[in-house]
Write a protein that binds this ligand. Structure first.
Ligand code: PDD
Length: 290
């Protein structure tokens, strides 16, 4: 039975309860993080806690825990769920209150964290890659906040699944922003390109790690916007996230990307990523990126 953390207590999942008046339930008024765990070590924990603090500040909700307290809670949760490899989900909502759009006064936020097994990546990933489609980015203008209010992302992802693809790659004003639940990279003439951070995409922790790995391994990269047309003519296209790592997209809108196989830079980056992950698994969070 999974153990969860809820407002200061550790309890079995089946016993965890929140009031139906919770603004997370009623309005989707809250923020979240998803943090992978390897060998009982929370991967890039500092970066996830910084992003959580930023999301909370952007929705004007005081951070309910200090950095040290977050670390303690999440490490306890990982230990209580047996260590090893896991995926930790953390959510903070504005708490239970009578329904009114404006912020309630004197409300205690709801702090929740749970853990689940990490889903394995597709077994044929290195042979076949994955399919994606492009769709109009019809989300709001603050996609940099990791908000639990995910209805647009859900509808976009479902359209991709209905089309036999794993992800929807989103286009706003002609340029690529990100995936419904991932960041997007392309490779063009040996250069790795990903959109610069801004209000229209989530500042992905995996994205940043890939750019760090590129920098220390002298792989040329750029943070700049590119069009859907450029994406269609890219040599490689990747999707990145904490739970799916780096997915090579080999079919985009039913057409092959490059030669239709995962590309050489994907293989190289995947090796660098797996090596770094292994170092964290064996030695803990603070290993240097190499
Ligand atoms: N989603 N963009 C969006 C919209 C996302 O939802 C995610 C991750 C990312 C990648 O961010 P990171 O590398 O920090 O995981 C980009 C998580 C995994 C989720 O919602 O389950």
């Amino acid at each position: 039975m999974t153990t969860v953390y809820l407002n200061g207590d550790y309890l079995p999942l089946a016993q965890a309860r929140v009031p139906v008046t919770d603004r997370g339930f009623v309005f989707g008024d809250g923020v979240y993080e998803v943090i992978p765990v390897y060998g009982a070590h929370l991967f890039r924990l500092e970066q996830h806690l910084v992003r959580l603090a930023r999301s909370l500040a952007e929705i004007r909700l005081a951070n309910p825990l200090s950095g040290a307290a977050w670390r303690e809670v999440l490490q306890n949760l990982v230990a209580r769920n047996g260590g090893g490899d896991q995926s930790v989900y953390v959510q903070v909502t504005r708490g239970p209150a009578p329904r009114d759009h404006a912020f309630p006064k004197d409300v205690r936020p709801t702090v929740y964290a749970t853990s689940s097994p990490l889903k394995p990546l597709p077994a044929d990933l290195a042979q076949n890659g994955v399919a994606a489609i492009t769709l109009d980015d019809n989300r709001w203008q603050r996609c940099d906040i990791k908000a639990i209010t995910l209805l647009p992302n859900i509808l976009l992802r479902q359209q991709a699944v209905d089309a036999g693809a794993v992800e929807a790659i989103l286009i706003r004003d002609g340029v690529i922003t990100e995936g419904a639940a991932s960041n997007v990279f392309m490779v063009r003439g040996g250069v790795l390109v990903t959109p610069a951070k801004g209000p229209f995409l989530l500042p992905g922790i995996t994205r940043d790690l890939i750019l760090e790995l590129a920098a220390v391994n002298t792989i040329p990269y750029e943070e700049s916007s590119f069009t859907a047309g450029a994406l269609r003519h890219a040599d490689e296209v990747w999707l990145t996230s904490s739970t799916r790592e780096i997915l090579p997209v080999t079919r985009l809108d039913q057409r092959p990307v490059g030669n239709g196989k995962p590309g050489p830079l994907w293989r190289r980056m995947m090796d660098l990523y797996q090596f770094y992950k292994q170092q964290v698994r064996e030695r803990g969070e603070d290993v240097a990126v190499v």
